[in-house]
Design a protein around this ligand. Structure first.
Ligand code: SF4
Length: 528
């Protein structure tokens, strides 16, 4: 039987709840939404003690299904609905291998010392952990892996999250090796910091031990889907080689993947990596987890210069070029590492620096970046302003309308500018617009645990969606069709929209004028 862990930090208490019947509708982001609705009262603010953080692996995480180890971290926004980030690493696989569909974190730790949550075969426990308070992420991971085993998977926050800075984000470990971890884009480290939760450690013995009801159906499909993903020109080659920002630039130029950007970044071959691998050095990680055939880590290089560890380096490089004209690759790699050590969303850090440097007329971009990172590390007043991200900074300078365009916009802000076409859609959902079909697949993928990098190979290929449905069938023992996958994503989309609207309606009470206090007293009596 699979279970949910419910942790109450205020009460220092952990409970478990059985979930008898799992499926597309109650795993991943779909499950996270229903847990938010259950545990968070209406009109709860982001930092309110009553808000919760929900962590959910996908339906087929913890199996050898390709690229299926993604997980969602979800909470409620102030005055709105759900806020989420999606992370990778063996964490989700290990959690699902122990039979856990979700972790719900309620309350706030009563002391100022950070706590950690440890999950293993024996159950789950909360521990106070003063030794790692405000520690950089490498130290945090090494301390926790010494205590809980070198294969332990860890998610958590760095000093930026502990100081509850909006620029603080969540890290997730890779298997032991280089790179050791990444910091996800999208923040939410402040939600962990506000609760006093520094990290969650999962130290299961096995990474791929999720309960599969029908292994025969399941195992046969794993190889076939892996081959489809690996052979796709974007998933198997361009994306891991160039990273998503460079890929987007290439696609803007008409999709000429082969001609553009070759001198800048090329895929490093397995032989090159083997040569680079030296017995004294940590293992070179090619993927977040061994079940990913894409392996987008350590795949970008420029001849003679140290290679990018991950698409994050590559994206930071593109951002540095774009904002500051910096083309010094070693500088960017180093800067990105320092940002990660503090637990920062490095791309948002660069955007925030670009805005602050424009406001303050910085002349030397490299010096400015180093100086601002130091302000952030020291949590000085300037560091705190910077840490409030582009929207926080802009709110202080809103009279300068020309700066508005430098505020980071939502990923979907380009929605209206595009006419998406997915020619090979599965039949049965013709009433969905192409864009709705795209979003439905994205949400379904997050419910299932698939890395979004696989979308190129999956969404426009009914054969791939059929294999994915068969994997879900094998995992649950219940018949799942490709149509049900898209429908489940659409269902999630509708439920999230409804939650957003309900939360906004609840927030409308905030807009009633102060005079209402007089009217309460004139027309009523205070309840005893
Ligand atoms: S494609 Fe990259 S990010 Fe996605 S699961 Fe594979 S290695 Fe991780």
């Amino acid at each position: 039987l699979e279970r949910i862990i419910i942790v109450n930090l205020s009460q220092n208490e952990i409970q478990f709840r059985d979930v008898p019947n799992i499926g597309l509708e109650n795993t991943g982001r779909a499950l996270a939404l229903s847990l938010l609705k259950e545990f968070v009262p209406d009109n709860t603010d982001y930092f309110n003690e009553n808000n919760v953080i929900v962590i959910t692996p996908g339906l087929i995480s913890g199996t050898y299904a390709p690229s299926s180890g993604r997980f969602s971290v979800v909470t409620k926004r102030t005055g709105g609905g759900l806020r989420s980030v999606n992370l990778a690493g063996p964490f989700a696989n290990r959690l699902m291998s122990l039979g856990y569909l979700a972790i719900v974190v309620r309350g706030t730790a009563p002391e100022t010392l950070p706590v950690i949550l440890v999950i293993n075969e024996k159950g789950a426990a909360l521990k106070s952990m003063p030794a790692i308070r405000y520690q950089p992420i490498t130290e945090t991971i090494s301390y926790l892996r010494q205590e809980h085993g070198k294969e332990a998977s860890v998610i958590g926050i760095g000093p930026a999250g502990e100081h509850v800075l909006p620029l603080g984000t969540i890290f997730s470990t890779y298997p032991p090796g280089k790179p050791e971890y990444f910091c996800v884009r999208g923040g939410m480290g402040d939600a962990f910091g506000n609760k006093g939760l520094k990290a969650i450690v999962v130290s299961s013995e096995k990474e791929f031990n999720a309960n599969i009801v029908n292994p025969e159906i399941f195992n046969n499909r794993v190889k076939e889907l892996t081959a489809i993903i690996r052979e796709h020109p974007i998933c198997g080659k361009a994306l891991p080689s160039y990273g998503s920002i460079t890929l987007m630039k290439i696609l803007k130029n008409g999709g000429r993947l082969e001609e553009d950007n070759k001198p800048l970044q090329q895929a490093e071959s397995s032989t090159d990596i083997a040569e680079r691998q030296n017995t004294n050095q940590p293992k070179v990680n090619r993927a977040c987890s061994v079940n990913c055939p894409i392996g987008c880590l350590n795949r970008h290089t420029t001849a003679g210069i140290s290679p990018f560890d991950s698409p994050f380096d590559s994206e930071a490089f593109a951002a540095c070029q774009n904002y500051f004209g910096i083309t010094d690759q070693s500088f960017v790699i180093n800067l990105n590492k320092k940002c990660f050590e503090l637990g920062l969303d490095s791309i948002e850090f660069l955007s925030s620096c670009a805005l602050l440097m424009k406001i303050n007329h910085y002349q030397n971009a490299k010096e400015g970046l180093i100086q601002l990172l130091e302000e952030l590390r020291l949590v000085s007043p300037v560091g705190r302003i910077l840490g409030s991200n582009t929207s926080g900074i802009y709110s202080l300078y809103a009279e300068y309308k020309e700066l508005r365009q430098m505020v980071t916009r939502k990923a979907t802000s380009e929605h209206a500018n595009f006419k998406v076409q997915i020619p090979n859609r599965i039949p049965g959902v013709e009433s969905l617009s192409e864009m709705e079909y795209l979003y439905s697949y994205i949400l379904a993928a997050q419910n299932i645990g698939m890395c979004l990098f696989t979308t190129f190979a999956m969404i426009d290929n009914p054969e791939a969606l059929t294999l994915l449905a068969q994997l879900a069938t094998g995992r649950t023992g219940k018949r799942v069709t490709p149509l049900m996958i898209i429908q489940s994503g659409y269902d999630s989309l509708l439920k999230e929209r409804a939650y957003e609207l309900d939360s906004m309606k609840a927030g409308m009470l905030d807009n009633i004028p102060e005079f209402v206090k007089v009217l309460y007293r004139y027309f009523g009596r205070e309840k005893q």
